[in-house]
Design a protein around this ligand. Structure first.
Ligand code: ATP
Length: 513
């Protein structure tokens, strides 16, 4: 059995070998935590974005989209709190010189205790069989009780330290629990310091008048500053939402997990403006809706869970993450936050402009409350690739690598092959390509054996391959071969479009929401 770490390494290699993800500027040895999407990666990414955009903007009559600039007036980030508070607590190991996030080190320790407890429970469940009383076991087993007490104590201190912004207490938790650096294995830690994650650059050609500006660390603020523009020009009535997809930049302290944590990444965010006091109802609505969106992809419901925040961000009164089980554990893919009226109120304060909404029904003006859904395109991409990557032993003893991507998201939908290049088979295959290319991303291939051509498509997740053979010339039928089952079936050429459309249509996926 491959360890999860090996699986992850293989996945990274696969992403590169098959044109999904390349290290940025690789000929110069790359740039840390920056990646480029290749010919297949960009298709998958675009399909993910379309799924999200359509689910928000097509399916909700009260949600519209915008595309705001990456550069924003610097006061935006003062108002949003990012200049003063968008920090991570960092700690260095003096021996390995490696840098870590203090909060992550502690969270990993807590997760280790959780794992230990679950292992004990699993073992006992096996031992006692049907008579197992899990609740009783958890309450009485000495080892479980011990782990639980330790875990709870660390958790209590951790939450308090975060809420008090107490950096020396964070360090004390690390020291007291003997957390070691995974590289050097030592406990030789520096103090914990705050580190602001925003990138800066300068705008303007003249050194004297150049203005320091930030690369946006989230897309949300572009929505807030346009709140009234959209509301007025779109005649939007509360509740309504504004959706946006775009790049964001963060100078992450620790960026070692491929596209999970990048310094340049892409977000899909939606801010939903509601009446004050109604935010919890909408928070629950969006929580449920977003989870449904994920699960509809069919990667396995058990791979998702909610994780409520221990420490609420400076702007939030409720927050939860949707986590996905990646090869390195359950990790955040999406955040859902109730942001109160924090952002709009602060933009009013800093800009001196009135951003209130007049509610004709209530006959009063107020600053709306906001529910935000914020999901990373790249993390979604990673979650899909990680669950799709499969190595299968075949009956003939060979192994095939197949990406079991949701067909609707696959970069290439259909591989089209003439069995041989001669006898007019290429012409028929080309004609099929010409007919299908308006609706589906197709790939024409006439090199090597059919078996090899199938394998190449398996490796990039193409759900269907069509083969034109000699019999096609007589009965106008081709063979469809299915990626996952490898089953083959003969169908009429003029039925192809309808059959394939049924299986890869975005509409069918969206209808599940
Ligand atoms: P983390 O705690 O993992 O740093 P976060 O809580 O700071 O994440 P948010 O600010 O809630 O993340 O951002 C919303 C979403 O944007 C995240 O759920 C994630 O999918 C994505 N995201 C955030 N930072 C990164 C990054 N450095 N690389 C890739 N995606 C990211």
């Amino acid at each position: 059995m491959l360890s999860q770490e090996d699986v992850f390494k293989k996945l990274i290699a696969h992403c590169k070998e098959y044109g999904f993800v390349f290290p940025s500027s690789e000929i110069y040895d790359g740039l840390s935590a920056v990646y480029d999407y290749g010919q297949n990666g960009v298709e998958l990414k675009n399909n993910i974005k379309k799924y999200w955009w359509d689910s928000m903007v097509l399916l909700h009559e009260n949600v519209v989209g915008i595309d705001a600039a990456i550069f924003m007036h610097p006061t935006t980030w003062k108002a949003s709190g990012h200049v003063d508070a968008f920090n991570d607590p960092l700690i260095d190991n003096k021996d390995s010189k490696k840098r870590y996030r203090a909060d992550v080190l502690i969270e990993e320790l807590i997760a280790k205790y959780d794992e230990k407890i679950e292992k004990e429970v699993e073992k006992a469940a096996k031992r006692f069989g049907e008579n197992f009383d899990e609740k009783l076991f958890r309450a009485t087993n000495e080892r479980v009780k011990e782990h639980q007490a330790k875990r709870d104590e660390i958790h209590r201190r951790y939450v308090k330290a975060l809420n008090d912004n107490d950096l020396s207490e964070l360090r004390a938790i690390i020291i007291d629990n003997e957390i070691v650096c995974p590289v050097s294995g030592t406990k030789n830690w520096t103090e914990v310091r705050q580190f602001n994650l925003m990138f800066t650059t300068e705008m303007g050609s003249n050194a004297d008048s150049a203005m320091k500006i930030y690369l946006r660390p989230e897309t949300a603020q572009g929505i807030f500053v346009n709140f009234l523009n959209v509301q007025k020009t779109g005649r939007m009535k509360i509740p309504f939402g504004i959706a946006q997809i775009g790049k964001a930049f963060r100078n992450e302290i620790v960026a070692r997990q491929f596209i999970f944590r990048m310094r340049e990444f892409e977000q899909m965010e939606m801010q939903f403006f509601v009446r004050p006091g109604e935010e919890m109802k909408w928070f629950d609505y969006w929580k449920e809706y977003r989870m449904k969106w994920h699960k509809a992809l069919g990667l396995g419901d058990h791979k998702y869970r909610f994780h409520d925040h221990d420490k609420l961000a400076h702007y939030a009164n409720a927050a939860t993450d949707i986590e996905f089980e990646l090869p390195f554990g359950f990790k955040e893919i999406e955040g859902i936050h109730s942001r109160t009226d924090f952002d709009l109120k602060n933009h009013e304060k800093y800009s001196g402009k009135n951003l209130k909404y007049y509610d004709a029904e209530l006959k009063e003006s107020y600053t709306p409350y906001v529910i935000e859904t914020s999901i990373g395109v790249d993390r979604t991409f990673l979650s899909i690739m990680a669950s799709a990557y499969t190595e299968e032993k075949l009956d003939d003893g060979e192994t095939r690598v197949v990406l079991k991507l949701p067909p609707v998201l696959a970069p290439v939908k259909i591989g089209i092959f003439p069995l041989v290049k001669k006898d007019g088979l290429s012409e028929v295959a080309h004609q099929i390509f010409e007919d299908l290319k308006f609706d589906f991303k197709c790939f024409y291939d006439d090199k090597d054996s059919i078996g090899k051509r199938y394998r190449r498509q398996d490796a990039i997740g193409t759900p269907f391959c069509i083969t034109v053979d000699h019999q096609t010339l007589e009965d106008e039928k081709v063979t469809i071969r299915y990626r996952d089952s490898m089953k083959q079936e003969r169908v009429k050429i003029d039925q192809l479009s309808a059959i394939l459309n049924e299986k890869v249509s975005m509409k069918n996926l969206l209808k599940q929401l």
